[in-house]
Design a protein around this ligand. Structure first.
Ligand code: ATP
Ligand code: MG
Length: 651
């Protein structure tokens, strides 16, 4: 084994270990490490046979498949020749038994309005809307852009597309007209489904207006369906625009699901673009459906009586996989919330959990760090005793933020599942199984059954434990992306060319003595100080462990002596920015993880540039640290003023 090339050095030492609480493990479906290991090994010996065994029973088949996997690297086909339907698996399958009248979606709007849809009711709405789509001339293979608030109709629209084989492309309802047009054109969308507007922190965002602007530049779009959500005036173009409610009034509730090929495209989703121009990730029907169902059941130790709340918007993959397709195909009750987590006050999250008795909360580190900044009092004034399990996704969680989540939210009683995955992977790849795998703050622990990760150097050789390297997946899995929409070449180049035969995730990782995985940030973000390659997350975690630091981002900037110097951007809590604190933070990092990782520049700031899904955009900070203009794509930036303010602070 070799340690050269793509290696990253590690300086972090995290020793805390939290075994699954005995009471939790006793009730869990997979309740011991041995059980997990047995399942994992069984799957690893023959992943194809493993997934074959699951697919037969976990999905409904209109026609059975003839081949489990056809692998012509880098192109995979799973369950070849079979016919199924994701909408059928999410709805119809539950209608014959006790889940028929179980809540599928419990929804709360930002203004406080509430709705509950049982599986039977959701099925009816989806069938009706599928008929609306058909009446507008849509058929299997047509692309539909969905630009909507987090209302039940967003889920209905997705499942109605899936029902007839139309390919949905959900565009987060915060994106600009420009971004909608770009996505419409790239995917050749024939229809847009939207609403008049949406509520965001009590303010009205006119969605239809943005769609109108986008349509001036989207020649392929023939019709628009508009949901009335907020009641603002909108322009309706005759012959092109139709009201959702009026169309539904006329639609029949009879719409059998179309049997679709296993490899039929289910959706396109443009990635959030933390690193560059958005790409249309393509997922297909059977493999994706199986993967999100099983990963949902394993990771969240799914129980029929649970209320599961994933705070992600359906504009992101997390919303696709763990608000819609995973939980609904498992027959779960999903809580769905429309608005901002700090509206009307910073305790909205905890208030919702208390009022509905939420059992499982799945959210992002950025939300957790915001809650830490807002203060414990907001959490403490609510009864959170219904919670039994907590999860995170989207970025690495700094160990001290993990500890806060564990202590203040979970009352040291709820396991935390730190789930590593990507838009491209379709579902969770690495995560603790909460009843089986002891957790370590900051580690996503172990791969799920059927997933074979490997950390390698630039030549594709496995690196030694404790050394960081490139994270790869060595065997295809059912939920993997099947391509980039319309761009096979970019697909092959981005994910499969640097290490032939292995999927290159684009993240660095390392393994520790217990075989636990630690994600070390993106390959492109590594900081090279005097030949030592440092991980952003380790420097950031050291900073976040200081009592006055709420959030931190580390980047490299050119340095004549060391190659690169470390520049960090820090937002504070309970402290004023001054020189003394800068010195203190530098020494703090030095003490925590060593002299090598001591930051050279510290920039205090009120906010960090983030994607609309809440991820820190380090590449923009790199430009600021170097005093350069940003040349890359900034369309996914959540708040442009943050970047402008950062630059002003530099002057
Ligand atoms: P783009 O690929 O367009 O730059 P993106 O990578 O931010 O956008 P996503 O697919 O939503 O889009 O995010 C996946 C990435 O998020 C991972 O590659 C990883 O960098 C990070 N990530 C997700 N979950 C975790 C986790 N649990 N721990 C550490 N990092 C994580
Ligand atoms: Mg990515």
């Amino acid at each position: 084994m070799s340690n050269s090339g793509g290696n990253v050095d590690t300086v972090m030492l995290e020793k805390r270990l939290f075994p699954p609480p005995a009471e939790f493990a006793a009730k869990a479906k997979i309740g011991s490490l041995e059980e997990y290991q047995k399942l994992y090994e069984l799957a690893a010996v023959d992943p194809v046979a493993f997934w074959d065994g699951l697919a037969k029973t976990e999905l409904h088949w209109f026609e059975p498949y003839t081949k489990t996997l056809e692998w012509n690297p880098p192109f995979a086909k799973w369950f070849v020749g079979g016919k199924t339907n994701a909408s059928y698996n999410c709805l119809d399958r539950h209608l014959d038994g006790p889940r028929r009248n179980k809540a599928a979606i419990i929804w709360e709007g930002e203004p406080g309005d509430q709705r509950t849809l049982t599986y039977q009711q959701l099925h009816r709405e989806v069938c009706k809307f599928a008929n609306v789509l058909k009446a507008r001339g849509l058929a299997a293979g047509d692309v539909v852009s969905i630009y909507m608030p987090m209302t039940p109709e967003l889920v209905i629209a997705m499942l109605a597309c899936a029902r007839i084989g139309a390919v949905h492309s959900v565009i987060f309802a915060g994106f600009s007209a420009e971004a909608i047009a770009e996505r419409n054109n790239d995917a050749q969308a024939r229809m847009v489904i939207t609403s008049d507007g949406l509520w965001r922190r009590g303010k009205l965002l006119p969605l239809k207006e943005a769609v109108d602007q986008a349509l001036a530049k989207s020649p392929t779009v023939e019709s628009v369906i508009v949901l009335r959500r907020v009641g603002n005036d909108v322009n309706m173009q005759a012959g092109r625009d139709y009201w959702w409610q009026e169309q539904m009034d006329e639609a029949s509730a009879d719409c059998p699901a179309t049997p679709l090929d296993s490899e039929h495209s289910l959706y396109i989703l443009y990635t959030s673009g933390s690193t560059g121009k958005p790409k249309g990730i393509r997922h297909t029907t059977a493999g994706y459906n199986l993967f999100v169902k099983k990963t949902f059941e394993w990771v969240f130790d799914y129980r029929d009586e649970d209320i599961f709340w994933c705070t992600a918007d359906c504009g992101w993959v997390t919303g696709h996989s763990y608000v819609v397709y995973g939980p609904l195909s498992a027959g779960a009750t999903v809580l769905m919330y429309e608005g901002a987590l700090n509206f009307p006050a910073e305790d909205r999250t905890w208030d919702i959990i208390e009022r509905y008795g939420v059992n499982v909360l799945y959210t992002a580190p950025t939300a957790i760090r915001a809650c830490i900044k807002w203060g414990d009092a907001h959490v403490e004034k609510h009864d959170l005793s219904s919670l039994r399990l907590l999860g995170t996704v989207g970025e690495g969680i700094n160990p001290e933020a993990w500890m806060w989540y564990h202590r203040v939210v979970g009352k040291e009683r709820c396991p935390i599942v730190d789930t590593w995955w990507q838009t491209e992977t379709g579902g969770i790849m690495m995560s603790p199984l909460p009843g089986a795998i002891p957790t370590k703050p900051g580690s996503c622990t172990k791969p799920l059954p059927g997933i074979l990760p490997q950390v390698v150097d630039e030549r594709g050789n496995e690196v030694d434990r404790h050394h960081g390297g490139w994270l790869t997946i060595t065997h295809p899995w059912p939920g993997m992306l099947r391509g980039i929409w319309g761009d096979d070449e970019r697909y092959a180049k981005t994910y499969w060319s640097r290490i032939p035969g292995k999927y290159l995730a684009g993240d660095n990782a390392r393994l520790d003595d217990d075989g636990y995985f630690w994600i070390m940030g993106r390959i492109d973000d590594v900081i090279n100080v005097s030949g030592h390659r440092l991980s952003t997350i380790e420097v950031e975690s050291a900073l976040v462990s200081h009592p006055n630091v709420a959030e931190a981002a580390a980047v490299g900037r050119p340095d004549d002596l060391k190659g690169q110097a470390i520049a960090v951007f820090v937002t504070l809590k309970n402290a004023e920015p001054d020189e003394a604190l800068k010195q203190e933070l530098k020494l703090h990092v030095r003490k925590e993880i060593g002299a090598l990782a001591q930051p050279d520049d510290i920039h205090f700031t009120n906010a960090l540039p983030k994607t609309r899904s809440g991820k820190i955009m380090r590449r923009l900070l790199r430009d600021v640290a170097c005093g350069k203009e940003s040349t890359g794509d900034t369309s996914t930036l959540e708040d442009y003023t943050v970047l402008a303010r950062l630059r002003a602070e530099e002057e």
